[in-house]
Design a protein around this ligand. Structure first.
Ligand code: ADP
Length: 485
């Protein structure tokens, strides 16, 4: 299988540890499949703690030379990586659609987004400014240095196989830190292709390792090993909490991007065309499988019926199919258990009185294809109020006042992304300030960009990725007191 790549050498089936392409010590492998067809694309090594330990030790050995490099030299390598990703955009997108299922147009978009982190942090690498603080005594000076935290580790999910890696790797390298990465075993080839490009960009050996295999064993070594000073994780809340507990013994610095339960509010004064468009973009991106997808859509009663009708009409028009096919805007879900979750949430809602406006079940294409679905008359008693759907299902709740809308939107333990549509400037400020979320989109359904801080509050996580804040996650402050001057 070569996925029609122009450069076949981007397709690697070995892990990249300490600058070498390796098999697992045991020789065991894991199959990787195309979710659209079920075809086995290839295998990846089934590594464990021993390979992870070697990667961590190699990273530690490579660290001193990397941190000592002038920031400008680190920046040049990151800049080159950005360019190489863009030069290979089509191949990287094809690999991604093959292993992840998202439509090729979305994969191309993700490569641009993923590459943008190398571009941005190649620039930020040069701007890690320290400070001087006026001292309390005449013979003293106070300096604050920003130094790289050290060997970092990352564990990433399958929904954005490239961008969830570069969003962590780029600031780590920019700050002067090595990184050992465990991608999802469902989408490892995008991660290995990045290693090929990193080698080409001239990244010194050992600074980047990518390991696949037994998640528990690899995660166990990453969290227990005292050399690792920082762990960055994107994935489910349950695994995030587990990794936080495991990291307690060595007191690691953590960045966690966990689940969301994004509210999307449409007020009576909204531009309905824009609101429908925003809801489509936010809800159905990656077949609803992102942590910032609109999960609960709250519509004020004056526009409820019309909004439901328009959203359903647009949802019906969506072309579902293999992501490689022209015109397809929604691919398959990642696996059977994802299907069962959406089915369960729909059944629960319908059972408690919700109405299916369009879709409602499995697509006639079979496998893990699901119909774009709109449910009306959804109420807070239904499971979808609390659970993240991670699929192409839009549940429409009705609300009356602005206060009710904000209260319902905030009634969750999560706090990642939120959205609302209104044309009243006073309301835009009130709601924007009132939503307990790390990210608020006012009159937009698309909020991701490398220049802004991405991250959640409450149980959605810790830390921010992207923007000038993103690099702070990989530096430590050192206060240097100069006395007796
Ligand atoms: P998702 O529902 O998105 O698959 P997960 O949290 O299960 O979310 O997966 C995100 C990443 O976490 C994947 O790379 C997965 O392999 C990894 N993972 C799952 N369980 C563990 C674990 N016990 N320790 C370390 N990593 C894990």
């Amino acid at each position: 299988e070569d996925f029609g790549l122009k450069d076949g050498s981007l397709f690697r089936t070995q892990a990249f540890v300490a600058g070498q392409w390796i098999d697992a010590d045991s020789g065991a492998t894991i199959d990787v499949t195309d979710p659209a067809t079920g075809a086995v694309l290839g295998t990846v090594p089934d590594c464990g703690a021993a390979e992870t330990k070697r990667a961590i030790e190699a990273a530690n050995a490579a660290w001193p030379a990397w941190r000592a490099k002038p920031a400008k030299e680190r920046a040049q390598i990151l800049r080159r990586l950005f360019e190489l990703m863009m030069e290979n955009q089509e191949d990287l997108a094809r690999l991604m659609t093959a292993e992840q299922g998202k439509p090729l147009t979305e994969s191309r978009g993700e490569i641009v987004y993923a590459a943008s982190f190398f571009e941005w942090f190649s620039e930020e690498a040069k701007r890690v400014y320290g400070e001087t603080i006026p001292a309390p005594a005449g013979d003293r000076r106070i300096l604050v240095l920003k130094q790289p935290i050290g060997v970092s580790a990352a564990i990433t999910p399958w929904n954005f196989p490239a961008a969830m890696i570069t969003r962590k790797l780029a600031p780590a390298l920019a700050a002067g830190c090595p990184m050992v990465i465990k991608p999802s075993e469902l989408t490892p080839y995008s991660a290995f292709a990045l290693c090929v490009l990193a080698e080409r960009a001239g990244l010194p050996e050992g600074l980047l390792s990518v390991i696949t295999g037994d998640a528990k064993a690899i995660g166990g070594e990453m969290t227990a090993n005292p050399i690792v000073r920082k762990l960055s994780f994107t994935g489910s809340t349950a695994v995030g909490k587990l990794l936080m507990k495991q990291s307690a013994d060595t007191v690691k610095k953590l960045s966690l991007e966990l689940g969301g339960n994004a509210p999307f509010l449409v007020f009576d004064d909204a531009d309905l065309d824009a609101a429908v468009e925003g809801a489509m973009a936010s809800k159905y991106r990656n077949a609803g499988q992102t942590c910032v997808c609109a999960n609960r859509i709250f519509v004020q009663s004056g526009v409820y019926d019309e909004f439901a009708e328009r959203l359903a009409a647009k949802s019906k028009e969506m072309k579902v199919g293999n992501g490689f096919e022209d015109g397809v805007v929604q691919g398959p879900l990642i696996n059977e258990s994802a299907m069962e979750k959406v089915e369960r949430l729909i059944a629960d809602a319908v059972d408690k009185g919700a109405r299916i406006v369009t879709g409602g079940g499995r697509h006639e294409l079979g496998r893990t294809f699901f119909q774009p679905t709109v449910l009306a008359d959804v109420t807070p008693e239904m499971a979808v109020m609390r659970e993240e759907t991670f699929g192409p299902m839009a549940p429409l709740f009705r609300f009356e006042t602005e206060e009710d809308g904000i209260r319902l939107a905030n009634a969750t333990e999560f706090g990642l992304a939120s959205y609302f549509y209104s044309r009243d400037i006073g309301r835009i400020m009130r709601v924007g300030e009132g939503l307990e979320y790390g990210i608020v989109g006012a009159n937009t359904g698309l909020i991701s960009t490398e220049v802004a801080p991405f991250g959640g509050v409450k149980e959605s996580g810790l830390g921010r990725e992207g923007s000038h804040h993103g690099i702070e996650e990989y530096v430590e402050l050192k206060y240097l007191a100069l006395a007796g001057l």
